[in-house]
Every structure is written in C-alpha cells, then in structure tokens.
Design a protein around this ligand. Structure first.
Ligand code: MV4
Length: 453
C-alpha cells in the first residue's frame, strides 16, 4: 500500500480523499492555490504545498507544479478527485513517466472514453446497447443529413470531445440541419480544439441513470447498482439517488451486465461510471463513460455500506477486487442534495462571499460532505458546490422525509444557497412519486413560478 498520497484537488472532495487515506493509514499532501490558503483540506492533510495563484490554469491545472509538489514531498501517488485533471490522459501519462501512480484508469482508457464517438463504437462492438446514430464521426452536412434521414428526426449533434452536455445541438427538422451542424462545429473547435462531430437519435425527456463500477488490473469488474441523476438543470445535477425509483431488479441486472461487459472490454481498472439514457419504453442505451470518482458517489456508498474511495486507492496500489463484492446487496434508499452557493431566485447566479454562520444537520442516517465552516470566505474562482447533504433510510419515502428534516436543520448565513430550491423539489408531487426525467426542473419547478422557489 502507498505510504503517502498527494491530493490534486480542493474543496469537499479533497477532504473526502484525506478521510479515506487516514483510515487506510496513508499520509496525505494537500495542494492549494493562493485563494485557498484558509481551506480545511490544508488543515486536515499532513503536509500542504502552495501550487500557484487563484486561477485554476495557474494552480490546480498546472501539471509541472503538481508533479514538483509530489516530488519534493515524496508522494508515491496522486489522487485527482473529480474535475480539474481527473480525466486528463496527458496528466495520467506524465504521472506514470515520473514514477508516480495516477489513481485512476490508464491514460489509454481515459483517452478512449474522452473521445465520445470512439467510446460509443467500442461499447457497440462489445455488445452494449448504444443510441442509434452515425458510425463514428460525420464530416459533412451531407453525411449528417443522410444519417438523420436514416434514423429520423429529431436528432442531436454532439462534439466527440464534449460530454456532460457541452457542445450539443438538437435538430428537429431537416431544414435546420446545415445551420446546426456548422454552429456545433465552430463551437466544438473553439471549446475543445477538436471540431469532430457525431450524430444520434434525440430522445425527448429521457432519464439519466448511471452504473457504478470498480475494476482491478487483473480484469475483474463489479457493478455496484445505479444512480438516478435525472434531476438536473443545464447539465448540473441537483439531486441524485440510489436505487432509481424506476429500475426493477431485472433492469438492474441487465444494465449492470451491460456495464460490466463494456468495462471489461477496455480492461477498466479503477472506480468508474457508465452513463445510460433510459427512454420512456424502458430501453437503455450507453451514453458516456466517466473515468473518475464522481461527485454523487456517496449515494452508492450509503446503500452498499462501502467506501468507494478506499477501494479505488487499494485498486490503484494493485490490490485484487474483493471477491465478495459481487454478492453485496443494496440496502434501503439514499438521496443526495447538492448545496451550491447560488441564488436560485435569480437565475442561479453565483453567490461567493463569507459564510457568516453555519449549522450542519446531523442525526440518524444523515451525512454531510463539506469543506465549509463558519467565517469561511468562499472564493469566486471555483465551482459553487459547498456541501453535499446525503441521507439514508429504509425506503424512498422515509429518505425524502429525512432529507426534508435535514434541510430544515441546515443553516447557512451570509450567502445564497440552493437549500430553498431543494425544499421545494422535495415537496413537489412528481418528485415524490418518482416521476422525474431530465426536463423535470424546467417542467415542474422553473415554469410554475418564474424560477422563484
Ligand atoms: C442525449 C439526450 C437525448 N438524446 N442524447 C446531456 C449530457 C450528455 N451526457 C448527453 N446529454 C443528453 N444526450 C440523445 N441522443 C439528452 C441529453 C440530456 C441529458 C442527459 C443526461 C442528463 C441530463 C440531460 C439534460 C438534457 C439533455
């Protein structure tokens, strides 16, 4: 096992990784930008190294600075968390060349899954159902029009280097195709320095359901149930849960088997997630694979009673996947609300500043993953997640009641947060009956009252 790990991240996930390391008896090195000098991850790590000024490209994305910090502290491995360099194949490759273990899959797999068209082709050839569309990329309006005519409108044009909702264009009629194609191409070139596009059948209001995976370097892969992530706004998830209210034991077996088959095909060797789109007929299709630990991993942890970050670290150290994991069963229901420093009453505008007072909920079945504390000055430079409130209860109904109780106890003063929005969603009838899809927020929350919760 590693003796010392450097955490190339900040915020709640840096604390989450430090906690796992402490329980594994591994020493930790925090890195921080000048804007994060008063952050908790520095306090709880054994050592801390400043890696540059506030803007991420100069600090948390600065590969030479991170490698130097690992070298001067003798860290044997780097945990990238999520975001920043977590899915950067070049960074994973540099770590390996410098004799530092990158805690994640191989650079080859990161790079393959980062190309959404190649990822899809790989999954299709492994026998995983994929969304009907172009074979690989399309290189002209004419080629796109031929695919669209074959699969039928509406279609969606996506950037191969996109993902997470960036660089997409929905096309409802043939006469809109040329314009959408050219716009998508320019946007993709500007945003990702890669203009390649692919095209697929567009599903209206699908559900977003993802399967958690763990794989080892010996070819063993296990699926740990699904997470329902349909409650999102502009591709930012707001609430996640496990299990999904619509996934039956049979559908779970089918999705898990497909996800395991796909992961085995690429020799996947870490914690990872396969995202599926579930249509209104109950058919599921591969969408993307995320090669990192995800923000919403705690809902899976709560229903399995398993520490995914500890397992991910053990796997990176070359451990075999625990053979008994295949037989573990999900227990109860977990919900996660993302508490962001944003004002939902004013278009979710960011709300940085000082948290003047803070009271965090507790009690049975309540978990709060946060780096916030009273008098913490939230810097404006990074994402607005300040806490993840996770509850676990025997049933979905009880989990919802427990979440309402915990949200009522959560007091954050000095900044605006998404807490009032979460209270509104949890009392809304469609959410309570599990009638949610990717249009849920636009349909039932924002349309009803002009965005004011
Ligand atoms: C789609 C789709 C409908 N049809 N693809 C958005 C994020 C990226 N992972 C892919 N996304 C979508 N792809 C087809 N063929 C609808 C979405 C989508 C979505 C997916 C998951 C979660 C939220 C979403 C919100 C809007 C659209």
């Amino acid at each position: 096992m590693f003796k010392k790990i450097l955490i190339a991240n900040r915020g709640e996930i840096a604390l989450r990784i430090i906690r796992a390391c402490k329980e594994l008896g591994i020493a930790t090195v925090a890195v921080y930008s000048e804007a994060d000098a008063n952050s908790l991850h520095i306090r709880f790590a054994d050592e801390a190294v400043c890696i540059g000024p506030a803007p991420s490209p100069k600090s948390y994305l600065n590969i030479p600075h991170l490698i130097s910090a690992a070298e001067i502290t003798n860290a044997e491995a780097i945990h990238p968390g999520y975001g920043f360099l977590a899915e950067n194949a070049h960074f994973a490759d540099i770590c390996t060349s410098c004799g530092i273990v990158f805690i994640g899959p191989t650079p080859e797999v990161i790079s393959l899954m980062g190309d959404k068209a190649r990822a899809k082709e790989t999954m299709r050839s492994a026998g995983v159902p994929v969304i009907p569309g172009s074979d690989g990329t399309v290189h002209s309006v004419k080629a796109a029009a031929e695919v669209a005519a074959r699969i039928g409108y509406p279609v969606i044009i996506k950037a191969v280097a996109g993902g997470g909702g960036r660089g997409m264009r929905v096309v409802r009629f043939a006469h809109e195709l040329a314009n959408a194609y050219n716009t998508a191409q320019s946007e993709a070139r500007a945003a990702f320095s890669n203009a390649d596009l692919y095209i697929e059948k567009y599903f209206e209001s699908p559900r977003h359901i993802e399967v958690q995976l763990l794989g080892d370097v010996y070819g063993n892969v296990v699926a740990l149930g699904e997470r329902e992530c349909s409650v999102q706004r502009k591709h930012q998830k707001l609430i996640e849960e496990s299990p999904s209210p619509v996934v039956t034991p049979r559908l779970r077996r089918e999705m898990s088997a497909a996800a395991v088959k796909g992961a085995k095909r690429v020799h996947y060797s870490s914690a990872g997630t396969i995202e599926f789109l579930l249509d209104n007929r109950g058919h599921f299709y591969f969408m993307e694979m995320n090669t990192r630990i995800q923000v919403e991993h705690p809902v899976t942890e709560m229903v399995f009673g398993l520490d995914l970050v500890k397992e991910q670290i053990r796997l990176a150290a070359g451990a075999r996947l625990r053979a008994d994991l295949r037989f573990w069963k999900m227990r109860g229901h977990a919900l996660e609300c993302r508490i962001n420093a944003e004002d939902p009453a004013h278009g979710f505008r960011p709300s940085p500043g000082t948290i003047t007072s803070l009271h965090v909920p507790g009690g049975m079945g309540v978990r709060v993953d946060t780096h916030a504390y009273a008098q913490y000055l939230l810097p404006p430079n990074y994402d607005s997640l300040i806490a993840k409130l996770i509850v676990h209860a025997p049933t979905r109904e009880e989990a919802i009641i427990r979440m309402q109780r915990a949200l009522d106890e959560f007091i954050v003063e000095g900044i605006f947060t998404t807490i009032p929005l979460h209270k509104q969603i949890l009392s809304e009838e469609n959410f309570r009956s599990g009638n949610i899809n990717t249009s849920y927020i636009e349909q039932f929350i924002l349309k009803t009252n002009g965005g004011k919760p």
